[in-house]
Write a protein that binds this ligand. Structure first.
Ligand code: ZN
Length: 438
């Protein structure tokens, strides 16, 4: 027997219908969130839609149908990105784009991704209902395979659109069935050659703006429905290998031991003190810790741990990597063990343009929302686009901060507030100077 939560009824229960105005229709949003939740659902009320799966494809097909009904002309590129375009009064102007993804983690929720796509579409729906024609073209984009559940890589669609992929990377990718990237694309109905052709002249876009659930509790704590993303953190993964002297737990005296686990544990307990010393958005986490030989009665020989260090600014993030590495060396020396430090991953953070943040704040204020600025600890398609064109992001309050889980929830009131803010912001950008696409 399958169980599925009635997303529509639950959303509508607490909805304040006065929020449906200016063409924005909360009930339509709720119905659509519900319909998407029925595609590749799991028994516990979540969804399982890995990138390039039948589920992701079906979700895109449904949104494509809605895009067409809203009067958008719809195309799909070789990376599976769906683009719904509305021409503006001046068709040679650069377009303003908004969107997100419809793929999910293995037992994901119903808001991470779909909310951004449906919010972007709701802006076009509102214009259709009120007879508003924007000055510039407007694009609603669904990016493929954002979560990375398939290849442990992610952001495939946005990276394909930018051309941010090397042949070496393509060759390395294997999905959860052991299939290559090329095989998966072929099953999907595309090909590696067509994927590479998805690279577009990104200069055709003036701006990209994405709505996403917060996946944290800051907005809930501040009692605000929508917040402004101040930057997207880039992670640095640092591998530290503490090496000491193995020995018998019973026969080796306490004095003179060179125990790498004691050093690693002492180091780990100090790590939480450092992020606040560099910035108030930095974070550091030890999530992987391997002890060898890992026997009850053996003093360990070696401990390998991994530190995930993030911030929205590259200089403070790198300063934190240095500070934490120095601490590892200090502790190792005090404990008489060796430490080898290797930085495995180093992804550039993307700060959000301050002018755009100020404009979003002005839009929030019109709806009585106090601007709260939030760093995004997770990567998003905005991060990929934001390296090339101006990009901005709004977070919608997440209930209990839960995400990547069937319990993920945002109230319909909050979702609709997000659409109003997005619409106001985009309309403002439509009236700002026209930039002609080269
Ligand atoms: Zn997402």
């Amino acid at each position: 027997m399958t169980v599925h939560s009635p997303v529509f009824e639950d959303l509508m229960k607490a909805y304040d219908s006065k929020l449906s105005h200016s063409g924005v229709d909360g009930e339509r949003m709720a119905r659509r969130l519900h319909e998407l939740s029925l595609i590749a659902f799991t028994e516990v009320g979540g969804v399982k839609r890995p990138g390039f799966s039948d589920g992701e494809k079906a979700a895109k097909a449904l949104v494509k149908k809605w895009m067409e009904q809203a009067g958008l002309s719809v195309t799909e590129d070789g990376a599976g990105n769906v683009i719904g375009r509305l021409e503006g009064k001046s068709s040679d102007a650069k377009a303003i784009a908004s969107g997100s993804h419809v793929d999910s983690v293995p037992n994901g929720g119903n808001f991470d991704g779909p909310l951004g796509v449906l919010s972007a579409l709701e802006v076009a729906e509102a214009w259709k209902d009120t007879g508003f024609t924007p000055e510039k073209p407007y694009e609603v984009i669904i990016f493929s395979d954002e979560e990375g559940a398939r290849f442990k890589s992610g952001l495939s669609g946005s990276r394909g659109m930018i051309g941010d992929f090397t042949d070496e990377e393509f060759a390395k990718l294997r999905d959860f069935n052991g299939e290559t990237f090329e095989q998966v694309l072929t099953h999907y109905g595309s090909s590696l050659a067509r994927f590479k052709e998805a690279k577009r002249d990104i200069g055709e876009l003036e701006l990209f703006v994405e709505i996403h659930i917060e996946q944290g509790k800051k907005l809930e704590k501040a009692d605000q429905p929508v917040g402004i993303v101040s930057g997207i953190a880039g992670p640095s993964w640092v591998e530290m290998t503490f090496t000491g002297q193995a020995g018998h737990a019973g026969n080796t005296p306490m004095i003179g031991r060179r125990d790498p686990l004691v050093a690693a544990a002492e180091f780990a307990s100090r790590v939480p003190d450092f992020p606040a010393q560099v910035s108030d958005t930095a974070v550091a986490t030890i999530g992987k810790f391997d002890v060898s030989p890992n026997g009850i009665n053996v003093i360990p020989e070696q401990v390998v741990l991994h530190v995930d260090i993030r911030d929205i600014y590259e200089d403070t993030r790198d300063a934190l990597v240095e500070r934490i590495s120095l601490e590892a060396k200090t502790v190792a020396e005090q404990r008489g063990v060796e430490v080898a430090i290797k930085q495995n991953t180093r992804i550039q953070p993307v700060p959000i343009n301050e002018q755009l943040q100020a404009e979003l704040a002005a839009s929030l204020s019109k709806f009585g929302i106090k601007p709260i600025y939030l760093a995004s600890g997770a990567a998003h398609d905005t991060m990929v686009l934001g390296r090339h064109i101006p990009a901005a992001m709004l977070f919608v309050r997440s209930k209990d901060g839960i995400s990547h889980h069937p319990k993920e929830w945002s109230s319909l009131n909050d979702c609709v507030m997000g659409v109003h803010v997005l619409k106001d912001f985009v309309e403002g950008k439509m009236l700002a100077g026209i930039l002609v696409a080269s």
